[in-house]
Design a protein around this ligand. Structure first.
Ligand SMILES: Nc1ncnc2c1ncn2[C@@H]1O[C@H](COP(=O)(O)OP(=O)(O)OP(=O)(O)O)[C@@H](O)[C@H]1O
Ligand SMILES: [Mg+2]
Length: 268
């Protein structure tokens, strides 16, 4: 199978701080690829570069053969993006939220209703289409956000922490739908802090630590690299990331954490 996404020596600096440090990886068509790593590792920064929202400092990335910097408009047509923070409007219904995105993606007016209904059905939200999103549960909101991001049938979907702040059952629900999307041919790049889920869901996983790829491979390959094929992915993660939490990093990420918490609170 051919590569749908290629990243080569990608680097992002914020002033003199290197958030992403010359990372390289590729994703094959149909794959579910997991980007894991501690807070501040550079996961969201990487996804924002791949989504054309942030320019890289150096290095290259391409999607479907198009360069994310030079061919940004073409890349945008090929991707769907569900950000880490809330992207649905609570004061609109599920249907209305999708209508906003249908217009944004230039889906012809004559096709909009069918496309929206199909995507509500696909994500298990048909019965809640006319409810205000502020009445949705956290899991339903996340599913609606995924429906928004795939309305234009992207080749690849970026999911930044799709299950943050969700209870175990709602998390399972979201993963079921992600799996279905993958089965229907969408390539997926996701980030998560739940290693059991990355282990179960992902064909390949990159462990990012302080902007560097510490290890990359299928969950089984990663376990082999630490000499324990029966290890959990969490053990692999701890092996590579270790105790990398330091006060400087916590300080640097307070804003991110508090934002995530607020989102989790809003969702909960
Ligand atoms: N616009 C910005 N300006 C300056 N520094 C930034 C900016 N965006 C991110 N950073 C820093 O870059 C580093 C990587 O942040 P990023 O959000 O990519 O991490 P992450 O892996 O997504 O973490 P989390 O698991 O908390 O979501 C962090 O130290 C963060 O504070
Ligand atoms: Mg992040």
């Amino acid at each position: 199978m051919s590569n749908i996404l290629e990243v080569k020596n990608l680097t992002k600096k914020f002033k003199d701080f290197t958030a992403v440090n010359s990372i390289s990886f590729s994703i094959k068509k149909g794959e579910i690829f997991g980007l894991v790593g501690p807070n501040g590792a550079g996961k969201t920064t990487t996804i924002k570069i791949l989504s054309t929202l942030l320019p890289p400092t150096s290095g290259e990335a391409s999607i479907g053969g198009f360069n994310v910097s030079k061919d940004a408009p073409k890349v945008r047509r090929l991707i769907g993006y569900v950000p880490q923070l809330l992207s649905a409007d609570g004061s609109l219904t599920g249907y209305e939220n999708l209508l906003v995105f249908a217009k944004l993606y230039d889906i012809p007016a004559s096709e909009r209703e069918k496309r929206i209904k199909d995507s509500l059905h696909f994500m298990g939200l048909s019965d809640s289409a006319d409810k205000m999103v502020r009445q949705y549960s956290g899991g339903m909101i996340r599913r609606l956000e995924i429906a928004q991001a795939v309305l234009h049938h992207p080749l690849i979907l970026f999911l930044d922490e799709p299950t943050v702040g969700l209870d175990p059952l709602a998390r399972e629900g979201v993963w079921d739908y992600v799996k279905q999307l993958s089965d229907s041919g969408t390539t997926i790049l996701l980030t998560t802090h739940y290693m059991e889920e990355a282990d179960a869901m992902c064909n390949n996983v990159a462990i990012l630590n302080r902007g560097n790829i510490a290890a990359i491979g299928s969950p089984a390959e990663l376990k082999k690299t630490i000499g324990n094929e029966s290890a959990s992915l969490n053990e692999v993660y701890e092996f590579y990331v270790g105790n990398s939490i330091d006060s400087e990093k916590i300080g640097g990420n307070f804003k991110d954490v508090s934002r995530t918490r607020r989102t989790a609170h809003r969702l909960g």
